[in-house]
Design a protein around this ligand. Sequence first.
Ligand SMILES: O=C(O)C(=O)C[C@]1(C(=O)O)C=C[C@@H](O)C=C1
Length: 381
Amino acid sequence: MADLTEIRTRIDAIDTQICDLFAQRMQCAHEVAEYKRESGKPILDRGRERAKLADVATKVPEKLRDYSQVLFSLIMEISRSEQSAELNHESELAGDIRTAIGGTPALFPQDAFVACQGVEGAYSQLAADRLFKRAKISYFDSWEGVFRAVDEGFCSYGVLPVENSTAGTVNQVYDLMMRHNFHIVRSVRLKVDHNVLALPGAKLDGIKDIYSHQQAIAQCKGFLEKHPEITVHVCENTAAAAKMVAESGRADVAALSSRSCAELYNLVALARNVQDSDANYTRFACISKNLEIYPGADRTSLMVVTPNEPGSLYKVLARFYALDVNLLKLESRPIPNSDFDFMFYFDIDCSVAAPEFPKLIASLDDVCEEYRYLGSYTELV
Ligand SMILES: O=C(O)C(=O)C[C@]1(C(=O)O)C=C[C@@H](O)C=C1
């Protein structure tokens, strides 16, 4: 049997040489950066990189070809990353972020005109009331209406649900994000309890129809499966469902809505907390038109479009990994009218004040086709 200690001694000797050569190569990268500073040439040279990857593949045994290309792609990425840091290129975005940090007040607004989807009593309203002390809320029929109200300046802020701990991501909101200009300025996690609300005098075993939003219906799957006699109807909002039940005059219909809707619409709860999980949370994003970065912002959201080729998402993730940045959320959505191109949405655990932050922003340019910085903010829990 081979002697492990002896093999490891040889590996150590090889690794020492690799480290030495790596340091020498990085020294060359610094010299190239100097040359590029003087000549104004861009850091990325795709032609040179392609030729390099083709060349290294010829220099290793056949079965190591792919690995050699992965290894050298990474080495050249590190080289570019170091060159960007050395040239201290401040992109237009980095400048915008600096200006936003300087121009944003120290305190998150207490009074604000806020757009929410639904009607009074909607969970978005409860989220808005957590975010602002005195929110003046305008209600819109759709999430698209909320995005438009913010974009057109009708409301300063908008509140949108983005994910639920039981039912998952709110895909329609992510799809709308691709079509609208906005920034995220804060997020909030709200515990969501659904209740079966009906007119006073109604009985649970007399309920024939139940109304709610599809997300709430998904969160109460277990309860609804236990009541196959009740027909489920999807409507645009949980609070709108409660309002409809209140106005129906019928004792055989109910809504799955919040407890606050019971008070608001004079309904009674025939069953409380019927959601599948006791720890049922919904995250809401608070959006604005302008970039506002409040003190303490420790979470950053990005939307990235990568080329439709092998390894492109890996390269973006490698940038996060290289800077030791933790990923909090990754969502992929198909880009409409494209040939299965995807948009990736990232929430990352990175403060705007962290030294990694400007490096990360500077390094994404050459690994994706386009990206949008959505904002840096804190999450209320
Ligand atoms: O040769 C260059 O122009 C470099 O900047 C060096 C290097 C490399 O590390 O090999 C890095 C970036 C370029 O995209 C191409 C190659």
